[in-house]
Design a binder for this molecule. Structure first.
Ligand code: CTP
Ligand code: MG
Length: 181
């Protein structure tokens, strides 16, 4: 297994977890998940976590997995890398897990006194990876075990923050996101 193979496998497998947050930014709005409730003098989650954003983000992640599955064989042949195929539970787990990781991060941000939109370095960049891998593991352990070895996980920890900073920076510059994180 070469370096290229590890990097391609890791990024391919995580695409259904990368897309949901960006889809949620585009789809956000409507009723907040916490229904406006507070814990102490702070919101439980805040207006930045909505049912619509979460639902659309999750569906977008699953759609990405189905689209990748449709081209996985031709891609494997083309790149000479055996890219993984997604099971439906794995795809759903990655997508919803990514959203849940992000929601959990907002919960921690509010508890630590950070207002909506405030940056929380490292947590902002990795919350959704942790959530995605965790829920995918619960729903399809075998898929996660056979897809993510130590090398792939290492690539994710390094490449994800870079991709996150890049995509959010672009979303900010084109005006769809209020802050570049
Ligand atoms: N969004 C949403 N539902 C989610 C996640 C995101 O509707 N589950 C939308 C919201 O419109 C949100 C935007 O995507 O404002 C950007 O997401 P994010 O940066 O995660 O939220 P913030 O508004 O920055 O709030 P927080 O400080 O809680 O992260
Ligand atoms: Mg934010």
């Amino acid at each position: 297994m070469g370096v290229v193979s590890v990097v391609v496998t890791a990024l391919w497998a995580m695409l259904p977890a990368y897309v949901p947050n960006n889809a949620a930014v585009l789809a956000g709005g409507g009723r907040p998940i916490d229904g406006g409730r507070t814990w102490g003098d702070r919101r439980v989650l805040g207006d930045g976590k909505t049912w619509r954003g979460t639902a659309v983000g999750t569906l977008a992640g699953v759609a990405v997995a189905l689209a990748l599955d449709a081209v996985s064989e031709s891609t494997s042949t083309l790149l000479d890398v055996a890219v993984p195929a997604f099971s439906l539970p794995a795809a759903f787990g990655l997508a919803l897990g990514a959203m849940c990781g992000d929601i959990g991060a907002s919960f921690l941000k509010r508890r630590s006194g950070r207002e909506r939109g405030a940056p929380f370095p490292v947590l902002d960049q990795l919350d959704f990876v942790v959530g995605a891998v965790a829920l995918a593991t619960l729903l399809d352990f075998e898929w996660v075990r056979s897809t993510f070895g130590p090398a792939e996980l290492g690539v994710l920890l390094v490449a994800t923050p870079l991709l996150h900073v890049l995509t959010n920076g672009v979303a900010y510059l084109v005006g769809v996101k209020d802050e570049p994180w």
